[in-house]
Design a protein. Sequence first.
Length: 550
Amino acid sequence: MLEIERLTLLPVPPWRKMISVWARALLFLMLPACLLISCTTLGPDFIKPSASVEKNWAETADPQIKAEAADYSTWWHVLNDPVLDNLITMACKQNLSLRVAGLRILEARAILGIAVGLQYPQTQNVSGGYAYQKSSKNAPPLSELPDYIRDQANTSADVFQAGFNAAWELDFWGKFRRGVEAADAGLAASIASYDTLLVLLTAEVSGAYVVIRTLEQRLEFARNNVEIQKRGLRIAEVLFKGGETSELDVQQARSLLHNTQSTIPVLEISVRQAQNGLCVLLGIPPSDLSERLKGPAPIPGAPAEVAVGIPADLLRRRPDIRLAEFQAAAQGALIGVAEADLYPHFAIGGSIGFAVGNSNGIFNGDSLVGFFTPFSFRWDIFNYGRIKNNVRVQDARFEQLLVSYQNKVLEAAREVENGLVGFIRTQQQEKYLADAARAADRATQIALLQYKEGLTDYTRVLNTQQLLVAQQDTLASSRGDIIRYLIAVYKSLGGGWESRVGKDILPAKTLDTMRKRTDWGDLLGTISLPAEMEQPPTGKEVELFNKPMW
């Protein structure tokens, strides 16, 4: 007995006290694992929304349209125009709007890291400090003591403290897991948004290029007609001087000439404005692109056949449709986040540290202070419908996005059909216009010859020359419309975004600047995107694609 009493009276070493405290802390921190076994996840699990599509396109009966799949990653190569190829390559590297979309992907990656981090103890901090305290001898409790005791009392003290605090709200209702789902879908949506912009960019650069070539063709026709009308004016002046005709013919010829000449500055203005728009797409200041465009050139020709696949392919290939799907997926997860607020919030927490009245022995076992809360809960009651209505708000937004997805599919199909019918019918129009322009040109030559020989009056010359100007201008516009409709077809099919596969989405200079300014860890390594994302990344895909940075 005496030996046992002696053992119990021995002082406990500080390190054993610390081990005992940490053992209890570890026990309390293991409670979440037991609780999470019975956890549930609130809110709906996302299911890809259905959308109605036709089996085939309305124009597939035309021999130019092939209902078969094709590689649309570099669809502009079908125009066989090296200048256009170089412009698109330059735009994909330098376009500033596309660069902003790439930066939004980095932002979405960081947001995903935040969402993942919220699954773990939300509060973990180390604290410490020094405080100097002094008490009044003339205030209670010292003022109530005898004077001789009060005079000897020490009224000042140095306090040193250091500690560690932690709090962990358990994901009992799947609030934080749904948050990760929303961030996953948000990341996928940012990628789809980048791809959507890439589709638009390639189409806009191609469209701007065709507009410039069309205007150049119209300018060429206008200048040719000026020369024809100058010849007609000279003939009228010679006949007038010879007394064979009146001054009316001369003035009519001069009026027509000047009217045609007036169209040239307007077309030149349009060319320069189109070049300025193209400069912005290329990410350079507005400037004269004549050298880069290698001078005036013909409008690109259309291919003999166009492969368009089937309508169902749009659901996979068009990035704006995937964007609408991912946005709906992100919103669906937010319903579960909102529903979790209807139920109690369970948490564990604690604090451990040291506090002394002087700097000596602060890490001594006897200086240890702390507390542990192995279980606590908070339940927001009497919120007057705020939480329920927030759930309803999230659900209404979710339903809106589902309907928007279905509408996006319908719009995509409409865009393809409009492009196809425009491409086919405009080619038919162009054939008639080409015949009409050739006939107008021949009529102009005959009318001038007959007028010169005195076989007809100038009215017929005037009419044929006016018709020639109109016919050739319309022909040039029609030829440009054919290619613009073809561009619209490839754009509506979602072509062009695949060209970024295996390439960095941001220039090295931008990455270096961001790396020097902020610690981005491994996120600013090779910033390339997966070839295709048909659904938000989950599980191992998230780890491989975006490893959260701690």
